[in-house]
Write a new protein. Structure first.
Length: 567
C-alpha cells in the first residue's frame, strides 16, 4: 500500500491531526497534553474559560456593560488621579495600578505607563475558572507599559497585551505565604537594554514549599529579548563574556504543569528557558514542563537548560545561533540536561549553528532525543586544544556522559564535527542519519569505553569524501550509502522516494509506548507533521509518505549489560 494513502487514511480514521487553531497562527503540537485537561477539576454550572482560546471582553466599556468589576488606569491622562477613584474610567482614569484584591471577573485595563509601583506592584486575583481576572493592555497594538516587578497572588489570572521594560518582570512566586496557580501570560513583550544586569528571569514561577506546589501556567505568544548581555558583539576568542544569568522563563521549584508555547526568546544574558534548580531536594523538582513551538536564538548561554526536574517535553522548536566563548563553559550548547534530570524528551526540533547540540550530563536518566534535525554543529576556531577524538571537547550533536542515559532515535544529523558521543552504556542509538561529518579525524559514533554496552543499529552513515568511523561501537544492520535528500527544497532533510532509508529502520514501538505512559499522549507525528510510523519506519527525522518500501523491520533488545566508562 502506498504510504501517503495509508497516512491520509489513518489521519482520517484516528484523528491524529490537532483540529482547529488555538491562536490565529498556532496549534498545540501533537504529543503535548492539553492544558484544558487539568485547568479545572470538579463540577461547574458555568462554562470554563479556555486557557488557550479564551478571550477577554473587547474593551473596558463592554466589560462594564457585562457587569464585571472594571478598572481603568492611564497615567498619561491629565485627569488621572487615585483620590476618591478606586476603579477609574476613561473620563477619570486611575494614576496607578491598584495593589488590592481583585474579585472574580475583574477587568483591569492598562493604558500608557510606565508603571513601577515604587519597584513592585503586588496584588491578589481571586478569579475562578469561569470568571478569571483580566489584567491587560488595551490591545496588541496598544500595550500597557510596566517597568516594575509584578508579584501576583491568587488564581485564574490572564495577563495580556503588556510591555515590560527597564527590568520589569512578572513574578509568580510565594510572597508572604501566598499561592498562585492557573495563570496565562500571552501576547506580551519583555525586553531590556542588552546590558549586564545581575540575574533573574522575565517570568519566574516557583513555590517555596513542596507541601503547597503551584500548578497550571500557560505562557504563549510572547517575545522576550535583550535582558542581560548576550555578548554577540564581541569576539568569542577574547574571553570577554560575563556571567549574567537573566533568563526568559524559569519554572523553578515546586511547580507542576507549565506550557511554554509559541514564544520568541532571544539575545538573553542567560537561557531562553531554564527548568528546575541545580541544588534542591527531590521533592522540590519541577514536573511536567512542556516547551513547544517556540523560537530560541542568540543567547549568551543556552536555549533550554534542564536542571533537577522530572517529565520535561521539548518539542517542535526552532533553535539556532549558539556561540562558545573562551573561559565560559556555560556558552555554546543549544540544549543541556543535567543535575539528575529525569524523563527529558527532546522531540522534533530543528537545532542549527551551535558549538554543541544536545548534551546530557550529571546523572540524567531517561533522556530521549527523538526525531530532531541537527545541523552545523562545529567547535570554535579559537580552540587550539580541540581534539576531534575526545568525547569531552565541543562539536557534538548528541552527547551523553556523567552517568546519563536514554537514547538518540530517528534524528537527522548533518554537517557535524562529532555526531554522536557517549561515555556511558545503557542507551540506544538507532535509526539516525549521519551525513557529511565535518572532521575527517573524528568519529560518527564515539563510545568512551569498550566495557559498556549500548544498542547501536539501523543507522545510515554517509560522507561523500570520508569513510564511516566508529569507536568502541558495532553498528548492526546499518547502511552506508547516500541517503538521497531532495534537491531544490528549503527543507534539506526530506528524502527522495527511492532513498534507501525508507522502511529501513528498526521498530521504536516500545519507545513510543514509553512516551505515552510518561505524558498520557501519543507521539504519532514526525518533524514535518506526517505520521511517525506507518508501514516500516524510515531512518531519520522524516518519514517519507510516498513510498511502499517495507523492506526491513526488527525490534530493539534490552542492553545485556551496563558498564561504566573508564576516563
Amino acid at each position: 500500500m502506498n504510504k501517503l494513502f495509508l497516512s491520509q487514511l489513518l489521519t482520517c480514521v484516528l484523528g491524529l491531526v490537532v483540529s482547529g487553531p488555538i491562536l490565529a497562527d498556532f496549534s498545540l503540537p501533537h504529543g503535548v497534553p492539553n492544558p484544558n485537561d487539568t485547568w479545572f477539576i470538579g463540577d461547574s454550572t458555568e462554562s470554563v474559560v479556555d486557557p488557550l482560546s479564551g478571550t477577554a471582553p473587547e474593551s473596558w466599556s463592554i466589560a462594564k456593560e457585562l457587569g464585571h468589576p472594571v478598572y481603568y488606569i492611564d497615567n498619561t491622562s491629565s485627569d488621572a488621579t487615585n483620590s476618591n477613584n478606586e476603579f477609574g474610567s476613561p473620563d477619570k482614569p486611575r494614576l496607578s495600578i491598584p495593589e488590592t484584591t481583585f474579585e472574580a471577573g475583574s477587568y483591569i485595563e492598562i493604558h500608557g505607563g510606565p508603571y513601577d509601583g515604587g519597584g513592585q506592584i503586588i496584588f491578589t486575583g481571586n478569579g475562578n475558572a469561569s470568571q478569571p481576572i483580566w489584567f491587560r493592555g488595551k490591545s496588541a497594538d496598544d500595550k500597557g507599559n510596566i517597568n516594575g516587578q509584578i508579584i501576583a497572588k491568587g488564581q485564574y489570572i490572564f495577563f495580556e497585551n503588556l510591555e515590560f521594560t527597564e527590568g520589569g518582570n512578572l513574578s509568580l512566586r510565594t510572597h508572604k505565604s501566598s499561592t498562585i496557580s492557573n495563570v496565562v501570560v500571552r501576547n506580551s513583550i519583555f525586553h531590556g537594554d542588552g546590558t549586564v544586569d545581575g540575574n533573574g528571569s522575565a517570568i519566574s514561577i516557583y513555590s517555596t514549599s513542596s507541601d503547597d506546589r503551584f500548578h497550571d501556567f500557560v505562557v504563549y505568544q510572547n517575545e522576550i529579548y535583550e535582558m542581560g548581555n548576550d555578548f554577540n558583539d564581541v569576539d568569542t576568542a577574547l574571553g570577554l563574556s560575563e556571567e549574567n544569568d537573566v533568563h526568559g522563563i524559569h519554572p523553578d521549584i515546586n511547580v507542576d504543569r507549565v506550557w511554554v508555547l509559541n514564544n520568541k526568546i532571544h539575545n538573553m544574558g542567560g537561557d531562553s528557558i531554564q527548568i528546575g534548580r541545580a541544588s534542591t531536594s527531590d521533592e522540590n523538582r519541577a514536573n511536567y514542563i512542556y516547551v513547544a513551538g517556540n523560537e530560541f536564538y542568540s543567547n549568551l548561554e543556552n536555549a533550554v537548560d534542564i536542571k533537577k526536574s522530572d517529565y520535561t517535553l521539548i518539542i517542535d522548536n526552532k533553535i539556532y545561533d549558539w556561540r562558545q566563548h573562551v573561559g565560559n563553559s556555560s556558552t555554546g550548547t543549544a540544549i543541556v540536561i543535567h543535575n539528575g534530570a529525569t524523563n527529558s524528551w527532546i522531540v522534533n526540533n530543528e537545532i542549527t549553528d551551535a558549538a554543541n547540540g544536545i548534551s546530557a550530563t550529571g546523572g540524567s536518566s531517561e533522556v530521549w532525543i527523538l526525531g530532531n534535525y541537527i545541523s552545523q554543529i562545529k567547535h570554535p576556531n579559537w580552540d587550539t586544544d580541540w581534539s576531534s577524538q575526545s568525547i569531552y571537547s565541543s562539536g557534538s550533536a548528541i552527547h551523553f556522559r556523567g552517568g546519563s542515559y536514554g537514547g538518540a532515535v530517528n534524528n537527522t544529523l548533518m554537517y557535524i564535527d562529532k555526531p554522536i558521543e557517549s561515555a556511558e552504556g545503557g542507551s540506544q542509538f538507532i535509526n539516525n542519519i549521519i551525513y557529511e561529518r565535518n572532521e575527517s579525524s573524528s568519529y560518527d559514533i564515539n563510545i568512551g569505553s569498550s566495557k559498556v554496552t549500548n544498542i547501536i543499529k539501523n543507522n545510515l552513515i554517509y560522507h561523500s569524501n570520508e569513510s564511516k568511523s566508529l569507536k568502541n561501537a558495532t553498528c548492526t544492520s546499518c547502511l552506508y550509502d547516500e541517503p538521497k535528500f531532495e534537491t531544490g527544497n528549503d527543507v534539506v532533510y526530506l528524502t527522495e522516494t527511492n532513498s534507501s532509508v525508507i522502511g529501513a529502520g528498526t521498530s521504536i514501538d516500545n519507545i513510543l509506548t514509553q512516551f505515552e505512559s510518561t505524558f498520557g499522549t501519543e507521539l504519532s507525528l514526525d518533524i514535518q507533521g506526517g505520521l511517525r510510523v506507518f508501514g516500516d519506519i524510515d531512518i531519520g527525522a522524516y518519514e517519507n509518505p510516498n513510498s511502499s518500501n517495507t523492506s526491513f523491520t526488527s525490534t530493539p533488545e534490552a542492553p545485556s549489560s551496563v558498564g561504566v566508562a573508564e576516563n
